[in-house]
Design a protein around this ligand. Structure first.
Ligand SMILES: C[S@@+](CC[C@H](N)C(=O)[O-])C[C@H]1O[C@@H](n2cnc3c(N)ncnc32)[C@H](O)[C@@H]1O
Length: 357
């Protein structure tokens, strides 16, 4: 007999689904669930504390099957296999019969090939609502780290978290994202309502990244204006969301003046765009140009500090351009619990303004 209520089981399943869809590493998944739902786990300190005791409950197994395993959008075949194997292994340890449909899927998974190199792409989904309204956003990522813009990075989780916790700040604003990559932070702006963002312009420079970005936005039923292959860089989008090519290493920043979509931005956002020391001066030059063009504008940049010296080069460039920098990492409102599972300890959040006196 389970000692958890129906509601508690639904809450547990919802969180399990969030973790599964984000492809959280299985040991981290179990540790997160154990922390948030201790009642579902083995309470005996001597025993396996990662064992979900409540799996003995057939209704809970049924919910896992119906709400998670039945979904056709699997993150990757290999992740699905690891996940279902964990469930089956746990049930065996509990000496509990495996739900018929779970067993069937497990047996089938054993004969499903994943290929020598594994799955080239993965489909990650995120529940972008702070309540349990199931508003999922799905993004295609590449599994190999060949091209940085084909992966959704931790700094994008923090920036999206910040957007979702501070929606009114972005309301009715014209927003430009630099180095959008797979597009999570830009797509999170779709959740801003009453009124929504005035304009959202997502940019990157690599054709492959831009095409994936466009496909990701369309995958989530957001209408966009596609400027990726337009010979003429100028023009303004009629649609709220647009995708543009914007290389920070632009020779003459004045050519941006023709693009109202870009120079009219009131908020510039960027996640994990400070990672290459050779790009810092271009990035700061473009920030400086745009922040000085539009009175009252600001940039909000989240950065993972992997290498202190790279970040120092960026900070030095900001000081040289006389930009005002505010570190809001420890003062910003974020969602609790976050819809994203990530390690925040190395990520900072900066607000940057022009020093207009
Ligand atoms: C580490 S990724 C971050 C992607 C995304 N913002 C995220 O956090 O998931 C860095 C992004 O900057 C883009 N990028 C790198 N150099 C660039 C340049 N010169 N101009 C424009 N974008 C650039 C990359 O294509 C990539 O999408």
């Amino acid at each position: 007999m389970s000692n958890t209520s129906n509601q508690e089981q639904d809450d547990f399943i919802f969180r399990l689904k969030v973790l599964y869809n984000q492809m959280v590493h299985i040991p981290i998944m179990l540790a997160t669930l154990r922390k948030e739902f201790p009642k579902f786990f083995n309470q005996n300190d001597d025993a396996d504390t990662d064992l979900i005791q409540d799996l003995k409950s057939i209704p809970l197994q049924e919910k896992i099957n119906n709400n998670i395993l039945n979904h056709s959008n699997r993150p990757t075949t290999s992740y699905f296999k690891k996940f279902i194997k964990t469930i089956v292994d746990q049930l065996q340890k509990l000496d509990q019969e495996v739900h018929e449909e779970i067993l069937e899927k497990f047996m089938k998974s054993l004969s499903t090939p994943t290929g020598l190199a594994g799955d080239p792409l993965c489909i990650k989904s995120y529940c972008l609502q702070d309540s349990k309204k199931e508003e999922w956003v799905t993004l295609v990522n590449e599994n190999a780290y060949n091209l940085v813009g084909m992966t959704t990075w931790g700094a994008a989780y923090l920036l999206s978290d910040y957007i979702l916790a501070n929606k009114s700040f972005f309301s009715d604003k014209h927003i430009l994202e630099l180095g959008s990559g797979t597009g999570l932070a830009g797509i999170a702006l779709q959740c801003v309502a009453d009124p929504p963002c005035k304009k959202v312009v997502l940019t990157d420079y690599s054709p492959k990244v831009l095409n994936n970005l466009k496909e990701n936005i369309e995958l989530n039923n957001i209408e966009i204006q596609d400027f990726i292959n337009t010979e003429d860089f100028q023009g303004e989008s009629e649609k709220r969301f647009s995708v543009r090519i914007l290389d920070w290493e632009i020779e003459d920043l004045k050519c941006l003046d023709q693009c109202l979509d870009i120079v009219d931005s009131e908020i510039i956002i960027g996640a994990d765009i400070v990672y290459d020391p050779s790009l810092a001066r271009y990035l700061v030059a473009i920030l400086n140009y745009l922040l000085n063009k539009k009175a009252g504008s600001m940039a909000i940049i989240s950065s993972t500090i992997r290498n202190q010296s790279t970040f120092e080069i960026f900070q030095k460039e900001l000081v040289e351009k006389n930009l005002i920098v505010q570190d809001i990492t420890n003062q910003c409102d974020l969602l609790n619990p976050s819809p994203f599972i990530y390690d925040r300890s190395q990520i900072v959040l900066y607000k940057i303004y022009a020093n207009i006196q």
